[in-house]
Design a protein around this ligand. Structure first.
Ligand code: EPU
Length: 335
């Protein structure tokens, strides 16, 4: 089914964006091929958009065919390493987390409550509370419009990084389904401060179900409720800086947290926004930084992309002026 002139404000969690020329629904290889054929005929690009939970769309009309995947079955099978769970791209990510937890399967419980679809999860290698998609990833199948074939990719071929993958670097292929390896026995990963605090307070987090529920609770205390607020979660990536720069910043801000990674020291931007710049709740026009987690940008009802861009650019500039750190957006632009 092909819809015409559909406002992106109805297709994204920011609730911002002008009309997309076409929106196609995909539930099979044939329907995805048909959407590409239509895009070629109209000489328009085609973009998959999932649940639109990580997209800032421009206010002007968007000359593209947007593809919404609707396939949503989940299948479990036993393997030598545990259990393989294979989910269609249109499945809600959190529905997959719940389906695994219901069977007592370990692996993705820390990723509970992340909005979006299974097909979008590998694009930015979703991560939270000490785990990321790449940790449980087995393989995925994607449709390549250039060869008109389905390709099966391993984790290495997906080139996962922090909020990064080959799909972000080389857009064009459409993820059709994703397989993960989950396990019947496992141990809780609760080292992340927000979760270890709950354990210290006496909570028993010993099943994927209990952890998933705790993570959803922590998230909802921190992040705006998508049914109430226009937002796309963390707007910027947490920056990674070199050790020298970190040491220098620490002289000025001795409490500045930093986590060593293979590429440098990762800094929680929320800490800088809060303690260096005092920007919790900072508002410009119709957009502001969320009080409980200033890395999250929120747009009022009726806000425009221009409002969000202005705030985001202003915040990036303030960070650069105060720390010399150049930050990158996590949310993807669509125009
Ligand atoms: N902090 C403050 N003041 C605040 C909030 C936070 O100083 O008001 C400091 C604290 O030191 C805190 C630190 O910032 O420990 C980090 O904050 P938090 O743990 O809330 O999360 P984050 O590191 O900013 C990342 C992901 C989130 C994910 C959380 C939990 C990115 C860009 N964001 O945020 O992912 O849920 O960790 O693991 O990596 C998303 O991608 O949309 C997303 C929500």
């Amino acid at each position: 089914m092909m819809r015409e002139n559909v406002p992106l404000s109805t297709l994204t969690t920011f609730r911002i964006g002008g009309p997309a020329r076409y929106v196609a629904q995909g539930n099979s290889v044939a329907s995805v091929k048909a959407a590409f054929a239509h895009a070629r005929e109209c000489r328009l690009p085609l973009y998959p958009i999932g649940q639109g939970s990580n997209i800032l769309a421009s206010d002007a009309s968007i000359a593209a065919v947007l593809l919404l995947m609707q396939n949503n079955s989940i299948a479990f099978s036993d393997t030598s390493e545990g259990v393989e769970v294979c989910a269609d791209a249109g499945t809600s990510w959190d529905a997959l987390v719940r389906a695994c937890a219901d069977k007592g399967l370990w692996g993705i419980e820390n990723l509970a409550g992340i909005p979006g679809t299974v097909g979008a999860a590998p694009v930015q290698n979703i991560g939270a509370y000490g785990s990321e998609l790449a940790d449980s990833f087995s393989w995925l199948e994607c449709y390549d419009p250039d060869t008109e074939t389905i390709q099966r990719l391993t984790g290495a071929e997906c080139a996962f990084g922090y909020r990064d993958s080959t799909f972000k670097q080389n857009p064009g292929r459409i993820i059709m389904r994703v397989a993960l390896t989950v396990t019947r026995s496992g141990s809780p990963r609760t080292q992340y401060a927000d979760l270890s605090r709950l354990i210290d307070a006496g909570e028993v987090l010993d099943t994927p179900h209990a952890i998933g529920e705790a993570v959803r609770r922590v998230r909802s205390a921190k992040f705006p409720d998508l049914t109430e607020y226009g937002t796309a979660g963390s707007f910027f990536k947490n920056p990674t800086i070199v050790l020298d720069q970190y040491t220098q910043l620490q002289q000025q801000y001795p409490e500045l947290p930093g986590f060593a990674t293979s590429t440098g020291i990762k800094i929680p931007l929320a800490w800088i926004l809060d303690h260096v710049l005092d920007l919790r709740g900072f508002r410009m026009g119709h957009a502001y930084l969320f009080q409980n987690q200033p890395l999250v940008l929120v747009a009022d009802a009726g806000a425009t992309c221009v409002d969000v861009d202005a705030l985001a650019n202003n915040v990036a500039e303030k960070i650069f002026n105060a720390t010399g750190i150049q930050i990158e957006r996590e949310v993807r632009s669509l125009s």
